[in-house]
Design a protein around this ligand. Structure first.
Ligand SMILES: C[S@@+](CC[C@H](N)C(=O)[O-])C[C@H]1O[C@@H](n2cnc3c(N)ncnc32)[C@H](O)[C@@H]1O
Length: 244
């Protein structure tokens, strides 16, 4: 499986090949452009501009790789007529992969993040000429913009668990968006023990179920990457994290 990165600046690096499960946490990364084919699951590799200047979403993250590959493998032809929203999309890796390789429509896919990521999301949509993807601002814990579907059929979220103050806002946004028929495909990499607190909190408010139909699971679990489905749990709302 190949991810290559071509630095934009004059200090060019050799392109490098790395496992897409094991995209290392690169603390300082040069702005550049990657192409990602997900082991050939995408006929036409996705082009992704990466730039960390506006935040951590400006690079590829391991759980995003896992989730994109899972969607391309297991949901390629199951998304027609579905409304789809991605949370914490960063540069848009997952949503763009789904738009590029899965049968979707007629609704566009909405990839969302905070304000600083908007220009990167838009740049990557343009780079891949994917008019079926729309970028929007959705800051967890604040009301979702009216431009995105109120209760999307499918929510995608990858590598959104890493910052404790954001745990409850993220759960609040999931609560807001998940309708009775919605499902969120949620992939995260556990880096610290604190990340498990997110799961505890989420399980209080939502139905969280491990996904078992991914043939790659044994491989990425060894890297502490976990894939869940999340659905609404009527009547349960997490507002504070006591009793954990
Ligand atoms: C580790 S990155 C993952 C990016 C992408 N999903 C991927 O897998 O490559 C986490 C993303 O969550 C976004 N994020 C963090 N806090 C957020 C918040 N309160 N509201 C919306 N997005 C947030 C960040 O801006 C960043 O793009």
């Amino acid at each position: 499986m190949k991810v290559s990165n071509r630095p934009v600046s004059a200090n060019s690096n050799e392109p490098f090949n790395i496992s897409e499960y094991l995209v290392p946490a690169r603390e300082i990364k040069q702005a550049g452009q990657s192409d990602v084919s997900f082991d050939g699951l995408l006929q036409r590799p996705l082009l992704l501009k990466e730039d960390l200047k506006d935040g951590c979403g400006g690079q590829l993250w391991p759980a995003g790789m896992v989730l994109a590959k899972y969607m391309l493998r297991q949901h390629r032809s199951k998304l027609v007529d579905k409304t789809i929203v991605e949370l914490g999309a960063g540069g848009g890796l997952v949503g763009l992969a789904v738009a590029s390789g899965c049968e979707i429509g007629p609704s566009p896919i909405y990839i969302t993040d905070q304000v600083p990521m908007l220009s990167l999301m838009e740049a990557n949509i343009a780079l891949n000429n994917l008019s079926t993807v729309h970028a929007a601002i959705l800051d967890w814990g604040t009301p979702a913009p009216t431009s995105i579907p109120r209760h999307p059929d499918v929510i995608l979220a990858a590598d959104c668990v890493y910052f404790e103050p954001a745990f409850l806002p993220l759960i609040s946004t999931l609560n807001e968006l998940l309708g009775p028929d919605s499902i969120c495909y949620f992939c995260f990499k556990k880096r610290r023990r604190a990340d498990l607190r997110f799961l505890k909190l989420a399980k209080k408010a939502l139905q969280v179920t491990e996904i078992k139909d991914d043939p790659d699971a044994d491989t990425y679990k060894r890297e502490n990457i976990f894939l869940y489905s999340i659905r609404s749990k009527p009547g349960a709302i997490a507002t504070k994290d006591d009793n954990l």
